[in-house]
Design a protein around this ligand. Structure first.
Ligand SMILES: NC(=O)c1ccc[n+]([C@@H]2O[C@H](COP(=O)([O-])OP(=O)(O)OC[C@H]3O[C@@H](n4cnc5c(N)ncnc54)[C@H](OP(=O)(O)O)[C@@H]3O)[C@@H](O)[C@H]2O)c1
Length: 344
């Protein structure tokens, strides 16, 4: 078989504010790969089926000397994120051709993985679409599940306020909170998203761009559990409307991620003392060992049975990655943003 195209999406330049497709990132189709003869050196050859567009990709676009929980992207190298792929060839005893794997992968159509430590085999006994494994059954769903189980201490009838509630993290949290018999207030950035959030059980759902967050929380709160994906002014409003002994689960601060202006200064942190709040920031991977087995036992089954619902926003082809990331960072996605790279 003759060599074929191996398209990839590269990280080129540090963005100021939002990434600029074609400038800070760009699609490159100049490379080819000989699938039958390429050297594996003990590794596996993977055909990428799905590439996930997550907010954290923007967080990795930073000066290499700024340390966080995840390394900075390298200029000139492919972007990387979670993905699902199919093993085409293997020189590794754990994986065989035809297996499906999930994990952090480079943004390329075909990958030679020599280090397979972070790749997980997916059995998919429920025959779900592979894309679900980067959404509700992948890292975003795990974030919701692990964070809710570990930090919510939810009690029947308590009020949970969930932000970015139509996305894969937020919509899973809404449904877990309902399973725990909470009253759920949920906010999202369009009427379409609000309708979805209502359809999955939120008791109060509103468009924070056209509605009044403070008034809604005053009327429907106080808030016992705040799921924060947003930060900034919304966090300040949640603090003002929190219940005594409230729990704040700090999952993300997307309103601050691409900000080129001064970050929003929270002015009422004294509420933490006055209301005796517990505020916990967390990173999904830190809780993986504790919860992953029960997550995979429970969530794919509940998704397959239709008990947990999800919304997916698909694009086709790795050339769409740059714009797809901008869409997620500006709320133009309608559900979990996935890039379908190839058929199974
Ligand atoms: N701690 C962890 O381990 C972990 C893991 C995964 C994700 N996260 C965080 O969880 C959050 C949700 O992730 P996701 O994958 O589910 O993303 P997502 O909901 O698919 O996409 C991000 C959403 O954030 C909202 N948004 C964007 N800019 C905003 C702004 N300025 N103010 C308010 N909302 C804004 C938009 O929804 P609207 O249209 O509704 O505004 C956008 O659709 C993110 O903050 C992410 O960084 C954390």
């Amino acid at each position: 078989m003759a060599p074929i195209r191996n398209g990839r999406h590269l990280y080129l330049e540090l963005p100021i504010g939002l990434p600029v497709p074609g400038k800070t990132t760009a699609y490159d189709n100049s490379r080819t790969i000989d699938l039958e003869n390429v050297t594996l050196d003990g590794g596996i050859l993977i055909k990428t089926l799905v590439f996930s567009i997550d907010p954290f990709i923007r967080g990795r676009m930073r000066a290499p000397n700024v340390n966080t929980h995840i390394p900075a992207l390298q200029f000139g190298e492919p972007l990387s994120s979670y993905g699902v792929g199919k093993v085409l060839r293997s020189e590794n005893s754990i994986f065989k051709p035809g297996d499906h794997v999930y994990g952090m992968i480079p943004c390329e159509e075909y990958i030679i993985a020599r280090d397979t430590v972070r790749l997980t085999m997916i059995e998919n006994k429920e025959s779900l679409p592979w894309s679900v494994y980067v959404g509700v059954c992948g890292m975003p769903g795990q974030t919701a599940y692990y964070g809710w189980k570990e930090f919510s201490a939810a009690k029947e009838g308590e009020v949970a306020y969930v932000t970015a509630a139509a996305g894969p993290v937020g919509s899973t949290v809404v449904q877990l909170a309902k399973s725990d018999s909470c009253k759920v207030i949920a906010s999202a950035g369009s009427d379409e998203k609000v309708a979805f959030v209502r359809s999955i059980g939120a008791d109060v759902a509103f468009n924070y761009k056209t509605g009044d967050t403070n008034k809604t929380l005053e009327e429907e709160g106080p808030v016992n559990i705040y799921w924060d994906s947003v930060g900034g002014e919304t966090l300040e409003t949640a603090l003002a409307n929190s219940a005594v002994f409230g729990r704040f689960i700090e999952c993300g601060m997307i309103s601050q991620v691409s900000s080129v202006n001064t970050l929003y200064p929270i002015k009422n942190l004294w509420q933490v003392i006055a209301k005796q709040l517990k505020i916990t920031g967390f990173i999904c991977s830190s809780l993986h060992t504790k919860y992953s087995a029960e997550f995979y036992r429970e969530i794919p089954r509940r998704v397959a049975e239709g008990e947990i619902k999800y919304l997916e926003d698909r694009e086709y082809g790795l050339d769409k990655v740059g714009q797809a990331l901008v869409d997620v960072l500006t709320g133009k996605n309608n559900g979990k943003k996935v890039i379908i790279v190839a058929d199974d």
